[in-house]
Design a protein around this ligand. Structure first.
Ligand SMILES: NC(=O)c1ccc[n+]([C@@H]2O[C@H](COP(=O)([O-])OP(=O)(O)OC[C@H]3O[C@@H](n4cnc5c(N)ncnc54)[C@H](OP(=O)(O)O)[C@@H]3O)[C@@H](O)[C@H]2O)c1
Length: 301
């Protein structure tokens, strides 16, 4: 039986992913800033800014998945918030690496989350692939530094994978409930031009990609994790409204209004390009939810 440690495993992806690994028969450990308990998993505490990791958290661990990171959509991107967003990702990766080396853990795999923000907050006709360069904007720079930190594992001979995640759709948390709420209240509308792409992925598929990356030793390096069929904000908004029997009656919210309210964070909703899923599919990964209709049918039942 192999042991897997999921850092930041208490969030949207981690909660589902940890259940999948328990069902598969792995010993699952969760690394969190809080002391938690459950029957199925062991919990360990860490404190990234103070470089603290609870003793024995890494003992016997075969694979590490690092999902930790301050939520990018939770607060406005002030200078101090930007630092927390960056540090929680880069320093957590560095802490894990330092401890693996210090304790001489014979780790087989290190998998880090990254994001499609790597390619930049832009709306363009380009379909971004893993060979494309990172952008110079805030999210592009965070993702570049996050992935670069993970290369310390790769350089020590540990198989390392970066999962460039799109917008994860789940009925409980994340982007979908936030998009649904105004539509349910009759206040839904297209955002900005509506031409921006939403590089989405169903929660089940992103979790299966992590499991696939653990179990397929040929996977090394960066992989985009987005559904094969992309959709623009305008079409997405109307399909979502139709699925919950609502109508979009209001005009599109102008970009300047969202910029005024959200500041630079408005990039998250006003911009978006297409991202290719070809690389992960060519490794043999099969998406359960390839198009938005099927994904929403499952999520909204
Ligand atoms: N969900 C998406 O749409 C999406 C899209 C692209 C990329 N991603 C990336 O995928 C990863 C997992 O996503 P998720 O949606 O599961 O995220 P999430 O629900 O926000 O959970 C992330 C976890 O990180 C830990 N965390 C938060 N702030 C932290 C800090 N300052 N220092 C250390 N740990 C901290 C928390 O665990 P504790 O409170 O237990 O410590 C939290 O449960 C994240 O890195 C995220 O950026 C997600």
């Amino acid at each position: 039986m192999e042991t897997i440690l999921i850092a930041g495993g208490t969030g949207l992806i981690g909660l589902e992913l940890s259940k999948i690994f328990v069902e598969k028969g792995y010993r699952v450990r969760i690394l969190s800033r809080r002391k938690l308990r459950s029957k199925e998993m062991e919990y360990f505490v860490w404190d990234v800014p103070n470089a603290y990791l609870e003793p024995h958290a890494l003992l016997g661990v075969d694979h590490i998945i690092n999902l930790a990171g301050a939520n990018i959509g939770a607060q406005k991107w002030t200078t101090s918030r930007k630092k927390v967003i960056l540090d929680s990702r880069v320093q957590s990766t560095q802490l894990l690496y330092d401890e693996v080396v210090k304790q001489a853990i014979p780790l087989k795999t290190f998998i880090t989350s990254s994001a499609v923000g790597y390619y930049g907050s832009i709306t363009s006709s380009q379909v971004f692939a893993e060979t494309d360069q990172p952008a110079n904007d805030f999210l592009g720079s965070v993702c570049r530094q996050w992935e670069t930190a993970s290369l310390a594992f790769q350089n020590s001979g540990i198989r390392t994978v970066q999962i460039r995640t799109g917008v994860v759709l789940s009925k409980k948390e994340g982007a979908l409930p936030k998009m649904m709420q105004p539509i349910q209240m009759g206040l839904g509308s297209v955002l900005g031009s509506g031409l921006q792409y939403i590089p989405w992925i169903h929660l089940e598929d992103i979790c299966q990609i992590y499991a696939f990356a653990v179990e397929n030793e040929k996977l090394v390096g960066a992989y985009n994790a987005v559904a094969p069929q992309s959709i623009q904000n305008d079409a997405f908004t109307h399909i979502l409204a139709q699925k919950i029997n609502k109508k979009i009656l209001l005009p599109a919210i102008p970009e300047w209004v969202l910029k005024l309210i959200l500041g630079e964070m408005s990039d998250l909703v006003l911009k978006g390009s297409r991202v290719s899923s070809n690389k992960i599919q060519s490794e043999g990964f099969k998406f359960q939810y390839e198009n938005i209709e099927n994904a929403l049918n499952q999520l909204l039942i």
